[in-house]
Design a protein. Structure first.
Length: 238
């Protein structure tokens, strides 16, 4: 299991949920909490709901953007209560943890939780390699934010004794920011070639994100792809 597991809350609105999340993490041996634009934090309600897990709460990192929250991560799993037409594959919590086991031990991975009322946006979902769907009563599937964190944290705790499958080579997985560089390069090359009309992009870039998130390329493969794009762009200019 990767040692560096981040729990990322995107724009949480209730400080009590932040404190309860810290408590859920502490009971399952997780300690890295990242908050993206929390509406009210720090707050006395967060400390009250943390119920002794103040070490996790006090060390929580507050950032202004999802880019900052996911920097250097090689795998990102996002929670979602609904299916997305063009989103990554949806897994159960146990399947999600099995996928996280593929990351090297010293890699950074993230579990992404959306807003209490609206969840993650389509753009945020596009940053994920896969989604996590927690099975629940179809007549009442509303799950509290901290409860969702607790379920995923529990599955992670159970999996900590598992041994990851050795990688075929020692090339490091691509980080989220390296993937964003590839997407920007792909988009600029597609526009320059005339393949993509920037005024009518439709779903091309979202489909390409889905393709590469499914493939999970490593850093060497990203370098090959970007080198190929550079060569093609140079040839076109020539």
């Amino acid at each position: 299991m990767p040692r560096h597991i981040r729990i990322v809350l995107v724009e949480p609105s209730h400080p009590g949920n932040i404190g309860a999340t810290a408590r859920a993490m502490r009971t399952m041996c997780l300690d890295t909490l990242v908050l993206v634009n929390p509406q009210r934090y720090p707050h006395v309600d967060a400390r009250a709901r943390a119920s002794g897990a103040l070490d996790v709460l006090d060390s929580a990192r507050v950032v202004a953007s999802l880019d900052e929250a996911l920097q250097a991560c090689v795998l990102v799993a996002g929670t979602s209560a609904r299916r997305r037409d063009l989103g990554p594959p949806a897994l159960t919590p146990r399947e999600c943890v099995a996928c996280l086991l593929q990351a090297p031990e010293d890699a950074d991975v993230a579990l992404l939780f959306g807003r209490e009322r609206t969840g993650l946006t389509n753009e945020e979902v596009a940053r994920c390699h896969f989604l996590v769907h927690i099975p629940a009563n179809p007549q009442y599937s509303s799950l509290n934010l901290a409860a969702a964190v607790q379920i995923l944290a529990y599955e992670l705790l159970l999996a900590r004794g598992a041994s990851p499958t050795p990688a075929e080579d020692d090339t490091a997985p691509a980080t989220v920011d390296e993937m964003e560089g590839l997407y920007a390069h792909l988009e600029s090359a597609a526009v320059a070639s005339g393949f993509l009309d920037p005024d009518q992009p439709k779903h091309l870039m979202r489909r390409l994100r889905r393709l590469f998130n499914r493939a999970q390329p490593d850093q060497r493969e990203i370098n090959i792809l970007r080198g190929l794009l550079n060569a093609l762009q140079h040839a076109k200019r020539g």
